[in-house]
Write a protein that binds this ligand. Structure first.
Ligand code: ZN
Length: 57
């Protein structure tokens, strides 16, 4: 076994922006982001995505 130790710098590409569903009590991953104007984007899961995302025909 040849362990090449020495350059074990922590990877930075795993620093994902964590955003969970903002729905109260929901622990799901907020994969859907919604932003109104310049407000901070809010994240919801597929179940709790806000209604205003839907387009009115
Ligand atoms: Zn949710």
């Amino acid at each position: 076994m040849s362990d090449e130790a020495g350059s074990s710098a922590p990877r930075k590409d795993t620093m994902m922006y964590e955003h969970w569903c903002e729905h109260a009590g929901c622990k799901k991953w907020g994969s859907l982001g919604f932003a109104l104007g310049k407000e901070e984007p809010r994240w919801f899961c597929a179940e709790h995505q806000p209604e205003w995302k839907l387009k009115h025909a």
